[in-house]
Structure formats: structure tokens, C-alpha cells
Design a binder for this molecule. Structure first.
Ligand code: PDD
Length: 282
């Protein structure tokens, strides 16, 4: 695997960062995960815009121009043989003497890496659990400091589930690494953007796709009770696309199989990807 590190393309095994990097010491940095289908970066502009927002929120100037990001990301995709990949990029505040206060002048560390992506067809649905949202109050920043998310995801894995859905003050926020939709009375609902959730690129695409297909959907708060009585629950993310949840905390969701609205939306997503694939062969 070839990675980009601070201006160089090199094998992953040769990539090194200093131990005093603030990403390593403080988790002081931000990241993005972008899917690549048929060698093409999916929703690239949206991901770069969210990266800008995250950097601005942590008071770190973007170390690369828009054009340089595009060129480096495209090079990584090609150098790792195109096809379907998930690309990971990370910007940290770089190396500095350990001090909570960061220096004015920093040299950020920029890493881009990628791995092949195989999205399993989720035909039979998955299991999820719920937990209190123990994270901080700026979940809109795509921070590399993911300890709470890591522990929350682990909670799911330990009981044979794939995701933990987070509840804050009686309302659904998102998953440990995904956004959440419910279908209630035929309407797909996802929580509105706020400082408590990551503005997911897949989430936005789903809303856009449903509006385009005239499927009823809206952004609204979802109470815990509404989650538990939902006809359908879906998880969305760049690496998992749209996963139907059929068991929540050991109780069956809806009919206990992927629901009709999910089936329709999943198909729209697949068609959208297929169009990209065709265009990439033109
Ligand atoms: N995570 N919410 C959280 C907390 C996430 O970490 C993610 C994605 C999402 C979905 O966002 P998007 O649709 O833009 O991927 C929501 C990535 C995939 C990760 O950390 O690996």
C-alpha cells in the first residue's frame, strides 16, 4: 500500500511520524473517510468541505490547497490500483513539545492512505444496541480523538451487534461511526444537524436521493421511544453505505427483515454508484 505523508508518496511500511506529533500525544487532529467506486472519489467536494469545517473548528489552517488535495487523493487511488477503495486522510497539528496550549507556528502532519473496500450486500440485516452518548459536545468535528466511539463500538461487538446507537437526553443522535435513520409511518426521519452529530455525507446523499425519488423524508428529532417502535432503522456511512437494522437491543425491528423503504433507498444508492461506474469507463 502506498501512502502520502507530508508531500511524499511511499510504502506504508516506510511511513514514520515523530512521537511528539500532537495527533499521537493529544489526539489533536481531524480526518475524513472517502469511498472510491471504480477508481473515482465519491462526493469529493463534500468531504473536502467537511474537512475545511473541521480544521476551522480546531483553529488549524488547511495545510494544502483544494487542488493539491484533489491531486494527492487521486494519486493515492491510482497508486493503489483504483477499483473500490476507502481512502483515509488525516491532518494533525504536527510535532511540538508537549503542552496543552498549541504553538502559533506549527507544521501539520498530513497523511493519506487507502485500502480496498468490499461492501457486503446486507440482504439479511444487522443487529444494533443502544447506549448513552458518552461523547463530548462537538461531535460535528470529525476529530481523530475517537476513544469514546471506540469503546461504544466495542460494546456492540461484545454482544454480537455491529453498531451502538447513541441516546442523549432521551433522543437519538447517531451511531458510534454512522448516522441513523428511522422509518415511522412510511416517513424516513434522521436527526437534524447539530453539534451532537457528525454531518454525514452518506446521510445527506440519502436525503437528496429520497427527495429526488419523491420518497417521504425529513430531518427531525427522534425520541428513544420512537426508535424502539420504528418500522425500520438504518445506519449510514461511507464504508457501510445503508445498513438495515433488524434487531435492536435483542428486540425485533419491524418485520424482522430489511423493510420496503430501505429496499427502495438501497436500490437508488446502487443505481447511483452504477452510473458512476459507467461514466468512469466512458
Ligand atoms: N465514520 N457519524 C460518525 C460518528 C462517524 O464516524 C461516521 C463515519 C458517520 C457517517 O459519516 P459519512 O457518511 O460521512 O461516512 C457518522 C467513518 C466512516 C469512520 O470513522 O471510519
Amino acid at each position: 500500500m502506498i501512502v502520502y505523508l507530508n508531500g511524499e508518496f511511499l510504502p506504508l511500511s516506510e511511513a514514520r511520524v515523530p512521537v511528539l506529533d500532537r495527533g499521537f500525544i493529544f489526539g489533536d487532529g481531524v480526518y475524513e473517510v472517502l469511498p472510491v467506486y471504480a477508481g473515482r472519489l465519491f462526493r469529493l467536494e463534500e468531504h473536502l468541505q467537511r474537512l475545511n469545517n473541521s480544521l476551522k473548528s480546531i483553529k488549524l489552517a488547511n495545510p494544502l490547497t483544494h487542488q493539491a488535495w484533489i491531486e494527492n487523493l487521486e494519486t493515492i487511488v491510482v497508486r493503489n490500483n483504483g477499483g473500490d477503495q476507502s481512502v483515509y486522510l488525516q491532518v494533525t497539528r504536527g510535532p511540538a513539545k508537549r503542552n496543552h496550549n498549541f504553538p502559533e507556528q506549527v507544521v501539520p502532519t498530513v497523511l493519506i492512505m487507502s485500502e480496498p473496500m468490499i461492501v457486503a450486500p446486507p440482504s439479511s440485516g444487522v443487529k444494533a444496541i443502544t447506549s448513552a452518548d458518552i461523547r463530548w459536545q462537538r461531535c460535528d468535528i470529525k476529530s481523530i480523538d475517537l476513544l469514546a466511539n471506540v469503546l461504544l463500538r466495542r460494546q456492540a461487538i461484545e454482544v454480537g451487534a455491529v453498531e451502538t446507537i447513541l441516546i442523549r437526553e432521551g433522543y437519538v443522535m447517531e451511531g458510534a461511526a454512522s448516522n441513523v435513520f428511522v422509518v415511522d409511518d412510511g416517513i424516513a426521519i434522521t436527526p437534524p444537524k447539530s453539534q451532537f452529530i457528525l454531518p454525514g455525507i452518506t446521510r445527506d446523499l440519502m436525503l437528496e436521493a429520497m427527495l429526488g425519488a419523491q420518497l417521504p423524508c425529513r430531518e427531525a428529532s427522534i425520541s428513544e421511544a420512537q426508535l424502539r417502535s420504528a418500522d425500520e432503522i438504518w445506519l449510514t456511512s461511507s464504508t457501510r453505505e445503508i445498513l438495515p437494522v433488524i434487531t435492536l437491543d435483542d428486540k425485533t425491528v419491524g418485520m424482522g427483515k430489511p423493510g420496503p423503504v430501505w429496499t427502495e433507498v438501497w436500490q437508488i444508492y446502487q443505481d447511483y454508484k452504477q452510473k458512476l461506474r459507467k461514466n468512469s469507463h466512458e
